[in-house]
Design a protein around this ligand. Structure first.
Ligand code: BG6
Length: 512
């Protein structure tokens, strides 16, 4: 496909209205790693609008020239093509504007309003809150007071990063506060997992084909495993991670959203609220955790020193407690595994096992649907053959779908082996949009289907609260060596019990 045709097919027919992008936290990590490259990419595809500006807001006393050179240097690291072509960089640089000011001061918001009115471009604006959550309410209140939520001249949308609250109570408070400043239709709560191509494809596979639907229930499915395994450690995010841990950081948001997409009924339409209504129904059907009876449904652990896959294989790495900024006696979990049941007609009795962790052997995210054994045992099935009875959705890397089945080993005797039907999407290196591009594009289009609604976020918190409360009381935590997998090659108490009654053991994430 010729370059332009390929872009056209990636972008599709919908072009967003020209939109000014206001980034709070313009000097932060998210901005340099994700937002600037995403915006530069969108600019290349001509999706930002000619007259529109990218307005960075920083608390430091920066000059405009410094902001321009900052963006140049960060793009050089994270999306070099955007700056190596002088014409392309010139266009991006012309879009850059800066507001230096305190986020708690009204003048800062007046300066933003002045910038938005300073040129003839449409007055649409997207306010991206790439700032610590403690500032969300302050910024929303000031935007409201400055009239920047008023849509009479163009749309005004606010994008809020996770974590959305630290527990049910704070999430409810935050929702109330933001909703007093913006209408729910103007609020976009980002869960970047929903922007991943393979996660969107999950809906297409389920509802764009009829072959899966008859199998997609308790009659054929033994259990579901959703795994997000990271080989990286906590890195530079100690301050945030110490107050969060794996359950809050990953399960309450990304993994539970994926579970809802796997389990939901077909929506009436693809309209945002029709999809979100179906996801909410799943979440409301999740069996509640009873305090005092958690030991067979939730496991946590923390990484000790070990070796992980890195640039150099078997690189030695420090224990979590020895990482910079981490308390030496910290009991924050870097691994969590939770068994959910969805008490509805389709899923009654089918365990959904969600597990995630840092410093695990591989960077792999996938959904494994494990089917029941055939009712009649004509062939002698080994544990391995049972494991072959799986449908895998690989979210990253190498996005794709794989059905593993049992077949006869060629030869004179009746020996069985596994065969794979592999539908790789073949997207690696194809210039596919990153999750943040997809999500920014959707905000500009006003499509909210890939964003979490207030009631979904609160329901997710509601479900995990008993686990968070119980873990808060625990003075100790099990460990696993960095580079090992709890329940597989690392013995973490509770991991075997979590799988009790499920066929085939924990899925080995190195097998693909
Ligand atoms: C973020 C978490 O939301 O997702 C991080 O805060 C985690 O801790 C990251 O590393 C994982 O995202 P991805 O896209 O790399 O799987």
């Amino acid at each position: 496909m010729a370059g332009d045709d390929k872009f056209a097919s990636l972008i599709g027919s919908q072009r967003p209205q020209a939109t000014n992008i206001v980034i709070f936290g313009a000097n932060g990590d998210l901005t340099k790693r994700k937002l600037l490259p995403a915006l530069a990419h969108m600019h290349r595809w001509n999706l930002l609008g000619h007259d529109c500006r990218i307005i960075g807001v920083v608390r430091q006393k920066w000059t405009h020239a410094y902001w321009v050179s900052y963006v140049h240097d960060e793009l050089l690291k994270f999306f070099p093509e955007a700056v190596l072509n002088p014409a392309s960089w010139q266009h991006i640089a012309e879009k850059l504007e800066l507001v230096s000011g305190d986020l708690g001061e009204a003048e800062t918001y007046q300066a933003i309003a002045d910038k938005l009115h300073a040129h003839d471009g449409r007055k649409n604006a997207l306010f991206y809150l790439a700032i610590p959550p403690a500032w969300y309410e302050t910024v929303a209140q000031h935007l409201h007071t400055a009239g920047l939520n008023d849509e009479s001249e163009g749309f005004r949308r606010v994008v809020i990063e996770k974590p959305f609250g630290m527990d049910l109570h704070s999430a409810q408070g935050l929702n109330r506060s933001i909703q007093s400043c913006f209408d729910e239709s103007q609020i976009y709560r980002i869960d970047h997992y929903l922007g991943k191509e393979a996660v969107q494809n999950l809906m297409v596979f389920r509802f764009g084909n009829s072959v899966l639907e008859p199998l997609w229930n308790r009659n054929y499915i033994d259990h579901v495993q959703i795994s997000v395994s990271e080989s990286l450690g906590v890195g530079y995010r100690a301050g945030y991670y110490e107050t969060s841990g794996a359950l809050r950081d990953m399960i309450q948001s990304h993994l539970m959203q994926v579970m809802a997409l796997v389990a939901m009924e077909p929506p009436v339409s693809l309209a945002a609220d029709d999809v979100r209504d179906e996801k909410l129904k799943v979440l409301r059907s999740v069996r509640r955790f009873q305090a005092g009876a958690l030991q067979h449904r939730a496991v946590r652990a923390q990484y000790a020193a070990g070796e992980v896959e890195g640039e150099v294989e078997g690189e030695p790495v420090a224990a979590y407690r020895e990482e910079p900024g981490i308390a030496p006696e910290s009991t924050t979990e870097t691994f969590a595994a939770v068994k959910f049941y969805i008490d509805n007609w389709r899923w009654q009795g089918v365990p959904f096992l969600l597990r995630t962790g840092k410093r695990l052997p591989h960077r792999v995210s996938e959904i494994c649907i494990r089917f029941r054994e055939p009712p009649q045992k004509l062939f002698k099935l080994s544990e391995e053959n049972v494991r072959n009875n799986e449908l895998i959705f690989r979210l990253q890397p190498d996005e794709g779908m794989q059905l593993t089945m049992t077949a006869k080993q060629p030869g004179l005797s009746m020996h069985l082996r596994g065969v794979k039907l592999d539908a790789s999407y073949g997207m690696a290196g194809s210039g596919m949009p990153e999750a943040y591009e997809t999500l920014l594009h959707d905000v500009m289009l006003g499509e909210a289907g890939l964003f979490s609604r207030a009631d979904e976020v609160e329901e997710c918190w509601n479900i995990v609260m008993p686990i968070l409360d119980a873990w808060k009381e625990q003075k100790d935590i099990a460990t696993y060596a960095a580079g090992s997998m709890p329940g597989c090659d690392a013995d973490v108490p509770g991991m075997d019990e979590l799988l009790a009654g499920c066929q085939g053991g924990w899925r080995d994430l190195s097998r693909h």
